[in-house]
Design a protein around this ligand. Structure first.
Ligand code: SF4
Length: 233
């Protein structure tokens, strides 16, 4: 993979994490098992689905996505539809008025750029070029771009969602003031390319099952002795 864009922050300004990512990975695998990459959706579907996950649960986003595909089965139909019809179709996913406009704007921009909706060619582009392609779409941020690159295109991007952001801060991989958007390049520099997908899945699983937002269940955690935020000692 190519070197990073000069625009991205240099790791030289970041402090050394308290725990080595490889150590964290090994410990998390000890309870969650090894991770295998599984393709989810084609890239355009993953992109629109990820927009629907913004500020809501995966379950609500899935319901909204299924409803949208049922009412307007092709992305061309979503563009042609009245925005209110798109909003009604995705109502269960929350923020329907904003998301319907965002989805139509993204699709229009993609059609304008490519004349079609097949985004798989980006898998052969350098990581930063593909990221720039996605984040220059209207309303697409680093997390949405990284999700599509990682889950659909099998590229070594590292999406930071709310669970990964919280767990990474507690483990001292990033500092307290680092925002989720700022954490993308930091975590990507810290974690070897081949480990990024596994670490993403492991940290998100840990955040959902043990290192929960309200109460971290440190007594069950395989990192309890080393974690700087542990409540057990
Ligand atoms: S020790 Fe506690 S705070 Fe630290 S990672 Fe484990 S569950 Fe989270």
């Amino acid at each position: 993979m190519p070197s990073r864009s000069p625009k991205r922050p240099s790791s030289s300004k970041k402090r050394k994490p308290t725990l080595a990512p490889a150590f964290v990975k090994e410990r998390l695998i000890s309870i969650y098992g090894p991770i295998e990459w599984r393709p989810r959706m084609i890239a355009i579907d993953e992109l629109i689905f990820t927009v629907l996950t913004q500020n809501t649960s995966d379950l609500n986003a899935e319901r909204a996505y299924d409803s949208l595909r049922k009412v307007l089965p092709t992305w061309g139909q979503v563009i042609e539809a009245e925005t209110e019809q798109v909003a009604d179709a995705i109502r269960q996913g929350g923020l329907a008025n904003q998301k319907s406009i965002r989805i139509q704007n993204i699709l229009v921009e993609i059609l304008k750029r490519l004349g079609h909706f097949e985004l798989e060619f980006l898998a052969d582009r350098p990581l930063e070029e593909a990221r720039e392609w996605f984040t220059s779409l209207p309303g697409v941020g680093p997390k949405t771009a990284a999700v599509v690159m990682s889950f659909s295109l099998k590229m070594p991007a590292f999406p930071i969602d709310t669970h990964i952001h919280r767990v990474s801060k507690r483990l001292g991989l990033i500092d307290e003031k680092t925002t989720a958007d700022q954490a993308h390049p930091i975590m990507e520099e810290m974690i070897p390319e081949n480990d990024r997908y596994d670490m993403h899945v492991l940290l998100i699983t840990h955040g959902r099952q043990i290192c929960k937002a309200r109460i971290a269940q440190c007594v069950r955690c395989p990192l309890v002795k080393e974690c700087p935020a542990s409540t057990q000692g």
